[in-house]
Structure formats: structure tokens, C-alpha cells
Design a protein around this ligand. Sequence first.
Ligand code: HEC
Length: 156
Amino acid sequence: MKKLSLLALALAATTVLTEVEMAFAQSPGATIEQRKAVMKGNGGAMKALGPMANGSQPWNQATAIQALDTLAKNGGETMTKLFPQGSGPTSGEKTAALPAIWEKWADFQAAAKGQADAATTLLALARANDEAGFKSGFAAMGRACGTCHEPFRAKQ
Ligand code: HEC
């Protein structure tokens, strides 16, 4: 039994390593495409949540949970991993990522964590079916996006 679970652990560790290696092994262009897709996922989630927060759409707990789960998972390390060194403007690819990301990496990491934290707080409210709490707390979610876009993303 002990052997089995050790084997499972070893396998899990290998899987994680492979994923990390792949993130760095792929071309900057592919990484940039991937992070834009994650950001579009963020945008889609915000579009689902915004109208519920301002009351133009009725509260739907399942939709809220799904969207907030996406935002929680997309933040933190999931996001910072998609910004490896060399995937900025110097890559020659079309990207709005500013060099400031790598100059102020700790701030960038904090902003990525900020998204995960804001989403996790709201997710707990959604799971408790606390519509009023969600509504009054939702502004923090938008601020989490802006906190990063303002210093780290080129104006479109
Ligand atoms: C930690 C920093 C950070 C956070 C947090 C963040 N973004 Fe972004 N976002 C960026 C950067 C940098 C880019 C530019 C990426 C590129 O062009 O390579 C971007 C690009 C985007 C894009 C454009 C994607 C495309 O197709 O070019 C959208 C949409 C977007 N973000 C939405 C959001 C939303 C919504 C949130 C909040 C829920 C959010 N982002 C949170 C840094 C962040």
C-alpha cells in the first residue's frame, strides 16, 4: 500500500515536471497564444459575472461558481508561468506584455495572485449562495484585472 502511494506520488511529480518543461520548451509565440487564450477566458468569465453583479441579469449560482472557479484557477502561478523570460516585446511576436513585467516580477506575481485571491473570496460567497455579498464584493474582481493591466499591459 505504502509502495503504491509512493509510486503514485512519483508519477504525479513526473507529470507536473513535464508540464513545466513544456511551458518553457515551446516557442514564445505559442506561449503568447496560450496566455491570450487564458486572458480571453478571464474576459468571458467577467462578461458572465458583470451583469449579475449590476442586476441586469438575474443571479445564477451555478454560472457564478463556474466563472469564479475559472478566474481563481487562471490567476496565480497558472498566469505567471505563461510569462517566461523572453516572451515580451523582444520576442518579435505580437504582444501587449510590457517589459515592466520582468523588471518588476515580484509585483507582477502579486498582481497575478491578486486575481486568484479576489476570485477565491467571491467563490466562497457564490458557493454559500450569498448573492448580496457577491454583488457588494464584485468591484474587487475588476480592480484585480486593472491592477495588472495598468502597469504591465500596453494600451490597445
Ligand atoms: C498579473 C497580470 C494580469 C492580470 C491579473 C490580468 N491580466 Fe489580462 N492581460 C495581462 C497582460 C500582460 C496582457 C497582454 C498579453 C499579451 O498580449 O501577450 C493581458 C491581456 C488581456 C486580454 C487581451 C487578450 C488578447 O486576446 O490579446 C484580455 C481580454 C484580458 N487580459 C482580460 C483580463 C481580465 C478580464 C482580467 C481579470 C479577471 C485580467 N485580464 C487579469 C495581464 C494580466
